[in-house]
Design a protein around this ligand. Structure first.
Ligand SMILES: *Cc1c(COP(=O)(O)O)cnc(C)c1O
Length: 453
């Protein structure tokens, strides 16, 4: 039988609902706490920061949430996204396993982040908001938000983590092209930024710091709201369009994954592809393993602690129950900028604690090796972040070959790496250092937070 390499859905087949795993989780996540009183907070506490509709989604226990017409219209400019059977990668590996990937890089932002950017811009616009502030690491989120905000007639101010601002000037220019203003973070524009600069004028920045800066600006003006590109429940909800489509595509391929893999920054692309498969596990008894791969230099899931911590470095966000390395942790300057976040989404954290997802950590060089092997076989240059998912998929195929079995492996190719070519240059020059955070360093970082467990 001829093997299909591209598994496509028509526009009509595109799912028109997001999936909310809060409806099916055996243990619901613990509530967020007020940052000052440490009492559980209700949804109203988030009102200065987010529009009401997103707050409702944040706490919703409805299993399915309808995707608004205007959001579907923009989704349809690039969705359903393709799934590929990686025939040439399988050949290059000489594996008996079948490897599939869902490609989320084929849109204006070059990553999965467009899926939530469009939804967030839409709900803000609908509630009369004029301006949005946000942070960005490697720049994919900022790019995603820039176009979405411009489309819906909103202004956008982006705090971009300094190290990425310097490493990825092309990303900044893309955001400017889509009409956004971009500031390197830490900046002197906010109290949070100035405090960091006083301590270290050469701070490379972190997502935690950039979030503090963006929130500080947003809460000062009722027509400005803040927007986050990962971690939160509503962000992850919007990303489930990936897994919803993937289920239909696997069915078209006449196959079903033994393992689903995604890289891990705050959890949105992994959760997006994995949660619909976890629903099938929970409600239909399937046994798909859901595996997420994080960098060894920022190993919150594999070495961090499950506890209440802040989502940002200045302590402005509610306290969230999650795996964390401590909100003041500043990760090494690895090139997968989107994976340099100290914490993890509450939903994935709870699922990991309950053994419903698996996590592993990998070093930067091995992931770039995997990414280059993938690029040469499949003809797509992956984002440095996505290389962690690819490396995870190669591990699974190699392990199956050693065991003499054939597995069906599905991973999420979260984005392309066209703006990250300098990271590949460093890799080819042998100039890409490996770094692994030790347990002692993790303990030291966590000891700095003084919060209820
Ligand atoms: C932001 C980003 C990630 C990491 O964020 P998650 O929320 O964990 O998905 C991964 N890949 C790409 C391409 C990204 O832009």
């Amino acid at each position: 039988m001829k093997k299909t390499t591209r598994i496509l859905l028509s526009e009509k087949e595109m799912p028109c609902q997001w999936y909310n795993i809060q409806a099916d989780m055996p243990n619901k996540p613990m509530p967020p706490l007020n940052p000052v009183t440490h009492e559980p907070i209700g949804p109203e506490a988030l009102a200065p920061v987010f529009p009401m509709e997103l707050i409702k989604q944040e706490v919703s226990s409805e299993r399915y949430i309808d995707i608004p017409e205007e959001v579907l219209d923009l989704y349809k400019t690039y969705r359903p996204s393709p799934m590929f059977r990686a025939i040439n990668l399988e050949k290059a590996l000489g594996t008996k396993s079948k490897i599939y990937y869902k490609y989320e890089g084929g849109n204006y932002s070059g990553s999965h982040k467009a899926n939530t950017a469009i939804a967030q811009a839409y709900y803000n616009k609908k509630e009369g908001i004029k301006r949005i502030t946000t942070e960005t690491g490697a720049g994919q989120w900022g790019s995603a938000m820039s176009y979405a905000c411009h489309h819906f007639g909103l202004e956008l101010l982006v705090f971009m983590v300094k190290v990425s601002y310097d490493q990825k000037p092309g990303r900044k220019l893309l955001m400017n092209t889509y009409n956004a203003r971009v500031i390197p973070s830490p900046s002197s524009m906010t109290a949070a930024g100035r405090k960091i600069l006083e301590q270290d004028p050469n701070s490379p920045g972190s997502l935690g710091i950039a979030i503090s800066e963006a929130m500080e600006i947003a809460v000062q003006d009722p027509y400005t709201k803040y927007s986050l590109g990962s971690v939160l429940n509503h962000v992850i909800l919007h990303q489930t369009i990936i897994g919803q489509e993937a289920l239909l595509q696997m069915e078209k391929a006449g196959d079903y994954p033994d393992v689903v893999i995604g890289c891990f920054g705050g959890g949105s692309n992994f959760s997006g592809i994995a949660f619909p498969f976890i629903r099938e596990n929970l409600t239909k008894g399937t046994k798909t393993r859901c595996l997420t791969v994080e960098p060894s230099s920022c190993p919150k899931l594999t070495k961090g602690k499950f506890m209440y911590d802040f989502g940002d470095s200045a302590g402005m966000t509610p306290l969230l129950p999650m795996y964390t390395l401590g909100h003041n942790f500043i990760p090494e300057k690895i090139h997968a900028g989107g994976l340099r976040y100290h914490g993890a989404g509450v939903l994935v954290s709870q699922l990991l604690k309950d053994g419903l997802v698996e996590a592993k950590a990998k070093m930067q060089r091995e992931c770039f090796e995997a990414g280059v092997l993938f690029a040469r076989a499949e003809g797509i240059l992956p984002a440095p972040e996505s290389n962690y998912a690819i490396a995870g998929a190669l591990d699974e195929a190699r392990k199956a070959d050693i065991e003499g079995v054939s597995k069906t492996i599905l991973f999420n190719l979260s984005g392309h790496g066209h703006f990250d070519i300098s990271a590949y240059e460093k890799f080819f020059e042998g100039n890409l250092p490996d770094h692994e955070l030790t347990s002692a360093e993790v303990d030291a970082s966590i000891a700095k937070i003084d919060l209820p467990v």
